[in-house]
Design a protein around this ligand. Sequence first.
Ligand code: 6R9
Length: 637
Amino acid sequence: MSYSYQIGSLEQYHEAYRKSVEDPEGFWAEIARTFTWKKPWDKVLEWNFKEPNVKWFIGGQLNITENCLDRHLESKADQPAIIWESNDPNEHHRVLTYRRLHFKVCQFAWVLKNNGVKKGDRVCIYMGMVPELAIAVLACARIGAIHSVIFGGFSAQSIADRLQDAKAEYIITCDGAYRGNKTIPLKPVIDDALVTCPFVKTVIVHTRTRTPVSMIKGRDLWWEDEINRVETQGNPDFPAETMDAEDPLFILYTSGSTGKPKGVVHSSAGYMIYTNYSFVNVFQNKPGDVHFCTADIGWITGHSYIVYGPLSAGATSLMFEGIPTFPDAGRFWAIVDKYKVNILYTAPTAIRSLMVFGTDFVTPYKLDSLRVLGTVGEPINEEAWHWYDEQIGKKRCPIVDTWWQTETGGILISNLAGVTPAIPAHATLPLPGVQPVLVDENGKEVKGNGVSGNLCIKFPWPSIIRTTYGDHERCRTTYFATYENMYFTGDGALRDEKGNYRITGRVDDVLNVSGHRIGTAEVENAINMHYGVVESAVVGYPHEIKGQGIYAYVIYSGKREDEELIRKDISATVSRIIGPIAKPDKIQFVTGLPKTRSGKIMRRILRKIAEGELQNLGDTTTLLDPAVVEEIKTGKQ
Ligand code: 6R9
């Protein structure tokens, strides 16, 4: 399949962009027509950002898995859909052709049906990076159930919060997962979560590590037994459920500036079309390419650019179970050579962590199959950009710096590989269909070039967030109420003289640690749960590898005979409440926090101290007690 809407030149980009702004409905309808629909749409778009209410392809019916699987069976049945590389390089890899993946997804859709899962039910998926994770996701979509994948690094408490919020009655998990030289328990974490979630009816457990797990009669089932049951039923094809274009496809929880993570809801048709369109154009995928996105499917990047984007485009997606430094820091490059990877998509934090090991781990590999490199998740610093360009791309592979968010579903601002110019550390230009604007603090649009402001989008694109699960008002206030008639991203940006965007990072209280979004309020809540903690304030600070590190100021009431031990205790509490990804990098004990007279913590000051900018703290006269600042400065970690 070649894609009629793949942009091949700078002129074509400008032409597509112009059309997408002048006639968005005509533009997206032309692309949407190339997909498989059960019933065509009546109207392309209806929207307002006030409520908000955005609907694309109204009246259309489809199933995303027919577009990701069935429609490729005629010409690509034997082409690899998913290539899976295990954590252990000596363990046999697996290849699932489109025929095989279709078969497996249908089989597991039967398993879900046999266990009572129906259209609209929420199914929580907590698994390692095994092919069965992709199979489970697609089987949910086939049956019309709403999947909610939770990253394997979240704690039992975080899982319980999400299960309760989504009212999910079904869980798919693994006994455990392999990551580097560790075996991570998964089912035991689910067991802990279920203590407070008695409404969960069924847990299906896939065997990966075969570590001992408890299996409760009447609730827990082995994946393999359930597949055997389907096999004895004769394995018929599973007819894909008819979904309305706007039926929810999945929920994915993400952090915001308030304490509780939000369940971002994406639609069936708009999400499919936009992830496909952005995949095809940003990475310039060609038939036969091997696309390696190193993200975990527990994050939006994995949803959009391991599963739905590549598969809807009939591409080959490489899925990797392990970590970049096991068995050594050359693992990514070994995988590139082993499978002749053409497109590599990873995060700046991974690049920085590998740079530290030097080029000894790169030089043994040819890397000559690579054609396109990509980055995502956080701003990339120029040093990492150049290392990636020189050492990995050998200066012959365009780097796409892709800016987007869980809420946007797909890449919104990025250069298109080899088609539009790359600029180090710049996401550059919006994709067709995306209308970014910069606004000042008063909400006024900053026009022209060579300016900066808060990044908003003023027109809907097909994969825009539809709601936050169970709380539409929260969606409105978080994204659509800050500036009238605009979607507010939470990021700041610069627009250079030529109109290229450079994303500077979050302007709200959201941290980006190793490309993972973590709310400061979430971490504070967890720290405050620790015995002896009176109050805390969390800020980010520049971290060489992680991009941002977590710095916590803690007022502790108990005795602090062994401060190091208490720090470890507090970290253990955060790990228990949120998960290891949210553990503070630094904890400083203080006796007070800088507060305004109205009781608000002055984070600006705490941020400066954490950054080591002790001289330049700005105005502290409005503080209730300016003396605490001196104390905090002296005790800086
Ligand atoms: C896809 C993803 C979203 C936040 C976003 C921004 C940051 C992502 C970026 C980038 C600079 C890039 N971000 N890509 N910043 N340049 N190319 O990461 O989604 O986990 O929701 O995070 O990540 O701050 O607002 P998500």
